[in-house]
Ligand binder design. Structure first.
Ligand SMILES: Cc1cc2nc3c(=O)[nH]c(=O)nc-3n(C[C@H](O)[C@H](O)[C@H](O)COP(=O)(O)O)c2cc1C
Length: 324
C-alpha cells in the first residue's frame, strides 16, 4: 500500500510540515509505504491552458509534474494533501500542482478513460489557518473535492486546525498526535485487509502491467496488486497502452519496475508469473501460478489485442477462483 503526501507550505519547519510528518509517520507504522513531496521545492509550471490535455491526453509542459508527480499520483492508494490557508485557499505552490491535474480531469471526462485504481484510491486533507472564522476551510474543501475527483480518489475526510499561526503552534496542539493516529488508522484499515498479489514477467512493460490493471479494476478492493519485472524496461510497451485505451483503461503514467522494488520486502500471498519462460523464484508459503504466453515483442497490434483479451479472461477467472 502506497501513501503519497503533498506538503503545500513553503515553510519547511512550519505547522503543515509537522502535521503531514505526523500523519505519514502513523501511516508508516501501520505498514504503508510512504512518500512526501515538499511541493515548494519542485519545478511546477502553472497551467498555461494550452488544452493539449483535452485533445491529446498529455501535457506538453516539461517539468517535475510530467516526470515525477503524475506517475506517483497514479501509483498512490492514498493521497494526502497538507496545506496552510493562504487567503482562504491553498498556497500558490499547491494550487499550481492542482491545476496541472487538469490532465487527469481531461483523460477522465473528455477522453472517457478509466483509471484502473479509481475504485479504491482515497484522498485526505490536512489543513491549518491562523484565524478562527467558521468558513475558514470552506473554499479549500471545495477545491479539494474537485482535485480528488480529478485524480480518481474518493474524498475520505479531513483534519482542519484553526488558530495555528506561528511555527510550533501545531506541535503544541494538545490533540494533534491522537487525531492523526486515529485518522491514519481508519483510512488504512480497509487497505491492510487486502491479500498481496504480484504479477511478474520479464520486463514489466506489457503482460504484468495489463494483468495488474485488470485485477486492480475488477478486484482492487480485496487485493493489493503489484507488478514487476525480472529486468524492468525503461518504459511501458506503447502498443499495450494503445490496446488498453481501446477498451477505456488508462495506462498512461505507469512505469516498469523491478520485482524487488514492487515487493518492497513485504510478504506476498500470491505470485503469478507470466510469459514464455520466467526464472522467477517463489518464496515458501506463496501460492504460485504460471501463465504461459508467447513472446509479443514486435508482433502486430491484433496479436496484442488478443493477448489483452486472454489476460482479461484469466484475471476474471482468477478472481472467481480466489473468492472460493
Ligand atoms: C500569504 C499568507 C496568507 C495567509 N492567509 C491566511 C488566511 O486567509 N486565513 C488565515 O486564517 N490564515 C492565513 N495565513 C496564516 C497561515 O495560514 C498560518 O500562519 C499557518 O500556520 C502557516 O502554516 P505553515 O507554518 O505550515 O506555513 C496566511 C499566511 C500567509 C503567509
Amino acid at each position: 500500500m502506497f501513501v503519497l503526501g503533498f506538503q503545500g507550505s513553503p515553510r519547511r519547519g512550519g505547522n503543515t510540515n509537522f502535521l503531514l510528518s505526523k500523519f505519514m509517520e502513523a501511516a508508516g507504522q501501520s505498514g504503508a509505504k510512504t512518500h512526501s513531496i515538499f511541493v515548494d521545492k519542485k519545478n511546477i509550471v502553472p497551467c498555461k491552458e494550452y488544452t493539449v490535455c483535452e485533445k491529446k491526453g498529455f501535457c506538453p509542459i516539461d517539468d517535475d509534474m510530467t516526470h515525477k508527480i503524475y506517475p506517483l499520483i497514479r501509483k498512490a492508494d492514498i493521497i494526502v494533501v497538507a496545506t496552510p490557508i493562504f487567503f482562504y485557499s491553498t498556497t500558490a505552490q499547491m494550487k499550481a500542482l492542482i491545476d496541472r491535474c487538469q490532465l487527469f480531469w481531461a483523460r477522465k471526462y473528455r477522453l472517457k478513460l478509466t483509471d484502473p485504481g479509481q475504485g479504491t484510491r482515497q484522498g485526505f486533507l490536512l489543513a491549518i489557518g491562523a484565524t478562527k472564522g467558521k468558513n475558514l476551510f470552506e473554499g479549500l474543501k471545495l477545491t479539494m473535492t474537485y482535485f480528488f475527483d480529478a485524480v480518481s480518489a474518493k474524498y475520505a475526510g479531513s483534519l482542519t486546525y484553526p488558530g495555528i499561526e506561528k511555527p510550533g503552534d501545531m506541535k503544541n496542539h494538545p490533540a494533534v498526535s491522537e487525531d492523526v493516529r486515529r485518522a491514519a488508522e481508519k483510512l488504512l484499515k480497509p487497505f491492510l485487509k487486502r491479500k498481496r498479489i504480484l504479477f511478474a514477467c520479464k520486463d514489466n512493460a506489457c503482460l504484468s502491467q495489463m494483468a495488474s490493471a485488470f485485477m486492480q479494476h475488477l478486484g482492487g478492493d480485496r487485493f493489493e496488486i503489484l507488478s514487476g519485472g525480472l529486468h524492468a524496461a525503461d518504459s511501458i510497451y506503447p502498443a499495450m497502452e494503445d490496446v488498453m485505451q481501446e477498451i477505456g483503461l488508462d495506462m498512461a503514467f505507469r512505469k516498469p519496475q523491478s520485482i524487488h522494488s514492487a515487493v518492497d520486502g513485504k510478504p506476498l500471498d500470491w505470485l503469478i508469473t507470466m510469459g514464455d519462460k520466467t526464472n522467477i523464484k517463489s518464496a515458501k508459503g506463496v501460492f504460485t501460478l504460471h501463465w504461459d504466453f508467447p513472446d509479443h515483442r514486435g508482433k502486430q497490434i491484433g496479436f496484442i489485442r488478443k493477448l489483452r483479451d486472454d489476460i482479461k479472461n484469466r484475471v476474471a477467472e482468477l478472481i472467481v477462483q480466489l473468492k472460493q
